[in-house]
Unconditional design. Structure first.
Length: 211
């Protein structure tokens, strides 16, 4: 009669808790962390520009004879026109918002270009309300020059960072096509042909010199 070997009771062995992030077989599994992409909204400057554009759209809708959303149609405004706009809008936009919108409106190149000596200024009804003086024209020209200088500087900086590729002439394209054709027919590159021609020219020169 065989006696079976008594096994140790289960309570004899300490029970180990599995490590966090571990897997059977001793392979540790790390949690994959996905990078959180911060959604960047518009900058403060962009927000100001958007708010000014919205205010200008409101002014153009309310006073179409005076304001326009199209820059090429904008004409010089009456001096102190904000004092007429505020009571007419009755608090729809704040004085600060109106001030920024008018500054945005009057600082564009088309508006500045139309601010010439003797040009009529318009009131809210599109009626003449004064004219542009010589000093105001000079100020508009100086502002326009600064705007154009900044634009040219930005364009030059962009070209310096991304130089345009050299455009090939028709002669360059023909030479490249001939080189490819020669290489395909004879298995010889155009550079090797040119080198051989130059060597032959030098040899012929030496022969004539000896003669």
């Amino acid at each position: 009669m065989r006696l079976r070997k008594a096994s140790r009771p289960a309570t004899d062995r300490p029970v180990r808790e599995p490590r966090a992030g571990s897997q059977a077989g001793g392979l540790e599994v790390r949690k994959a962390t996905l990078p959180t992409l911060a959604l960047q909204g518009p900058s403060a400057r962009q927000k100001r520009s958007q708010a000014a554009a919205a205010a200008i759209a409101l002014l153009a809708e309310t006073f179409p004879q005076c304001f326009s959303v199209y820059q090429e149609r904008r004409r010089p405004l009456k001096i102190g026109i904000h004092l007429d706009i505020e009571p007419a809008l009755d608090g729809v936009i704040t004085p600060a918002e109106l001030h920024r919108a008018l500054g945005f409106y009057c600082s564009k190149p088309f508006y500045l270009d139309h601010a010439r000596k003797g040009a009529q200024r318009l009131d809210l009804n599109g009626k003449p309300a004064g004219t542009v003086t010589a000093d105001e024209e000079a100020h508009a020209k100086a502002t326009l020059s600064r705007i154009r200088a900044k634009k040219e500087a930005r364009t030059a900086a962009a070209k310096a960072q991304n130089p345009a590729a050299k455009r090939l002439s028709l002669a360059d394209l023909k030479a490249a096509a001939l080189a490819r054709k020669t290489d395909a027919q004879y298995g010889v590159s155009q550079e090797e042909i040119n080198h051989a021609q130059n060597a032959a020219t030098r040899r012929s020169g030496r022969v004539e010199a000896k003669g």
